[in-house]
Design a protein around this ligand. Structure first.
Ligand code: ADP
Ligand code: ZN
Ligand code: ZN
Length: 749
């Protein structure tokens, strides 16, 4: 794999081209006859013949020689760009491919907007702006005596010294014909301008609303970030929900834009709500470009181009927005940096937060990572002194964040998962005119269906998993492979008719609460209830009106949403992650509990958070409830150090998948047999563990196994992984097994 795009000889005889292919190599072509205006350079897109197809690739190397015979090389069909794709963007893609040991061609392919990988030109779409000419400004302009509509149009345009765009003019019921008639008479002219207009910043008009006066902690944090604006300068901004992190981001961005630079803000998938976006757009007159999954291909290209050209000073987006090129990068902000959605879980398995660190370092600019519950990775960096730790401990509103009250459910009867004293507290809260949020991390009616006579449980035929019982509509569904089945009338093993739901999911809790509190609306928020595009926003709008209501929901509800009238949060069951096998499960459970708790008491009333558990004396849970997230994080960091786990060790996972367990197992053993002696010979301090079955071995009727590599030094881990990949790419046995490599896996599943 190439390390850096090489500098081109003036007229190369060979182009090393990255193509959308899983193969970790470049493909050599001859230049076409027509040389691009500024000569061949890395970063130019080319169209090339590839097998029987035509594909779009990116020139990475310009050379005079090839390992193949020159007369075997095909010429590229065409060069698609006049100027290369941005060099810093190419750097990031190259870095990503090397770090995650992924094919460069496929990395570029994923990092490009769809239209660019289809070969469309990289140029701004334009719109027309009409302005009055000097002649048109004269008193009594010629040629309008018998054209009253044209005269009216001219009169309107004369009110707008900067002109108006076609769209705005046509909306006033003027016609294109009238515009062209005036233009033919020389009274108005038309200019093409990009859809996202150039922001001419550095002036007082930047803010559409004044910045808030910062409290002392916010001011200290902002000053610390400002200390060095021209150097890599990572800061972890830790503050509970509502402590004013976003206000700090906004004021940093203001500064960046005033200096004529651009800010990139990454937010979790669930966090880029119309609400969040509105907050940024309300503050700035400068355009805020948003990149999210709802964009059309054209909109995505427009956003990319506006960022790459430097016209868009503020770019905000989810994970993949890290691949948006910036002409004048000034700062990168990652909000909720601990959030799992920053890691892509298939194909190119990158972590956008970690790439943000690399990119800010490359540019030499400030990086702010914000969270109420920082990842242990980031906390470890702070403890080592690599990153600044900035804290916001007070909420801007007057209430301190609610602490968690553990409620022991052992031996208590449950209704829809809730025990009587908790139901009583819900009743009191509703009577006081407030809202209640009930958090339950399972959608569906019940986790499964059980036979009371013989103990049969509804299991998926294709996975090592139980099927979830749904009532709306009634069916059994596997949440791992999406298989559905009709509800059986009788037990398939003993024919008993006594089949009952086991446990509770959102539907059941919703049903129970609706029966208990018939006078109060119950809103369920989970993936099933919000399939319609704006269903979620509609519920939130209603909830924000403030009338008493019950919200029942999964993590969709836990994150980011401002629910000012909720004063009681109930966690139906905190125990799921306490004894899970995954080494990050406790960290994630703690983060989720704190996030959910952060929903309570944001406005005028203090909040309470009741956490139901069967393990009220679990030491981790007790630390979290009594001493808070940081204390638990300290404890978990100690445990990770002792157990030789990340962030004190580096991991890579080779995942193997096949319809037959033996096939995957055989390849895993061969791979381990190949690697172990090499690790020894080369004195690499790398452990190679496995192959072992994945935590859920059978999924969608395919068997999943894994081989884990662990090392104290990143470079040694990468060395071992690249030798393993080279072997897999060459081994005939590997063709029958689907395999993938995950560097810094977030989960061992
Ligand atoms: P976070 O991003 O940490 O959740 P926000 O920045 O959204 O916190 O702030 C929470 C609320 O407090 C918002 O309504 C915000 O307008 C308000 N706020 C933030 N900073 C200040 C301040 N310095 N003075 C007054 N209100 C503030
Ligand atoms: Zn039975
Ligand atoms: Zn299944």
């Amino acid at each position: 794999m190439p390390s850096q795009p090489s500098f081109p000889p003036s007229s190369p005889r060979v182009l090393g081209v990255a193509l959308p292919s899983p193969l970790r190599r470049l493909f050599d072509y001859r230049p076409c006859r027509e040389t691009p205006a500024d000569g061949w350079q890395p970063g130019l897109r080319v169209q090339v013949p590839f097998g029987r197809r035509q594909v779009v690739g990116v020139v990475i190397e310009c050379r005079h020689t090839s390992e193949l015979a020159m007369d075997k090389l095909k010429p590229v069909d065409a060069c698609l760009d006049a100027t290369p794709l941005p060099a810093d963007w190419l750097w990031l893609c190259t870095f990503t491919a090397r770090y995650y040991q992924h094919a460069l061609g496929d990395t570029l392919h994923q990092a490009l907007p769809a239209l660019l990988r289809q070969g469309r030109p990289l140029e701004a779409r334009t719109r027309q702006r009409w302005q009055v000419t000097a002649t048109g400004m004269q008193d009594d302009p010629p040629g309008l005596a018998r054209a009253p509509r044209q005269a009216a149009l001219l009169a309107m345009l004369r009110q707008h010294p900067h002109g108006l765009i076609s769209h705005a003019i046509l909306a006033q019921s003027f016609s294109r014909e009238q515009l062209h008639a005036l233009s033919d008479k020389g009274l108005i002219t038309c200019n093409e301008e990009p859809l996202t207009a150039q922001w001419r910043g550095r002036n007082e008009r930047l803010l559409a609303e004044p910045a808030l006066p910062l409290n002392a902690e916010q001011a200290t944090a902002l000053a610390a970030i400002h200390e060095r604006l021209d150097a890599f300068h990572p800061c972890l901004l830790e503050g509970v929900t509502g402590s004013g992190k976003t206000e700090v981001y906004l004021q940093l961005i203001e500064d960046v834009v005033r200096r004529g630079l651009q800010a990139l803000i990454l937010v979790p998938e669930i966090g880029l709500t119309p609400q969040t976006l509105a907050r940024f757009r309300q503050r700035f007159r400068a355009p805020v470009v948003a990149l999210h999954s709802g964009l059309t291909d054209h909109e995505r290209l427009d956003a990319w181009e506006a960022a790459a050209s430097g016209r868009a000073p503020i770019v905000i987006g989810t994970r993949s927005a890290i691949f948006t090129p910036l002409a004048r990068p000034g700062a990168i902000i990652v909000d909720e940096e601990h959030d799992g959605s920053f890691k892509q879980q298939d194909g190119l398995r990158y972590h956008a937060r970690d790439l943000a660190v690399a990119l800010a370092h490359h540019h030499g600019i400030p990086l702010v990572l914000g969270s109420a519950t920082p990842s242990l990775e980031s906390l470890a960096r702070v403890r080592r002194g690599d990153w600044r730790h900035l804290r916001l401990t007070r909420r801007a509103s007057r209430h301190a964040p609610a602490h968690l009250e553990l409620v022991d459910m052992r031996g208590r009867p449950r209704q829809g998962g809730l025990i009587p004293p908790v139901i009583e507290t819900i009743r009191e809260t509703l009577s006081a005119g407030h809202q209640v949020l009930v958090f339950i991390n399972r959608r569906g009616f019940a986790p499964t269906l059980a036979c009371q006579a013989c103990g049969w449980l509804a299991e998926c035929d294709h996975c090592d998993a139980r099927m979830t019982l749904h009532r709306q509509p009634p069916l059994l569904a596997c949440h791992h492979c999406d298989r559905r089945r009709a509800l059986p009338d009788a037990c398939p093993t003993c024919a008993s008719g006594d089949l009952r739901p086991l446990g509770s999911g959102t539907e059941r809790t919703e049903e129970t609460l609706a029966a208990l509190f018939p006078a109060v609306p119950v809103h369920r928020i989970d993936r099933d209830s919000t399939r319609r595009r704006d269903a979620f926003e509609q519920i939130l709008t209603e909830v924000r009106r403030g009338d008493p209501c019950l919200l029942v929901g999964t993590q969709m509800l836990a994150k980011g949403h401002h629910l000012p009238h909720v004063t009681l949060v109930v966690v139906v069951n905190a125990d799921g992650g306490l004894y899970a096998s995954d080494f990050r499960a406790l960290e994630h459970t703690a983060q989720l509990l704190i996030q959910v708790a952060g929903r309570a008491g944001r406005a005028s009333h203090p909040g309470r958070v009741l956490v139901q558990t069967l393990h009220g004396d679990d030491p981790h849970l007790v630390i979290l409830a009594e001493r808070g997230y940081e204390a638990l994080a300290d404890q978990l960091l100690d445990e990770r150090r002792i157990a030789h786990l990340p962030p004190f060790r580096f991991l890579a996972l080779l995942r193997l998948e096949s319809p037959r367990a033996e096939t995957a197992e055989a390849l895993g053993s061969l791979a381990a047999d190949f690697l172990r002696p090499r690790i020894r010979e080369q004195d690499l301090a790398v452990d190679c563990l496995g192959p072992v079955p994945a935590p859920m071995e059978r999924r969608q009727n395919r068997y999943h196994l894994q081989l884990m590599l662990a090392a104290d030094r990143r470079s040694q881990l990468h060395e071992a992984v690249s030798q393993l990949i080279a072997w897999l790419e060459a081994a005939p046995e590997a063709r029958r097994v689907r395999w993938s490599v995950d560097i810094d896996p977030q989960t061992l599943a």
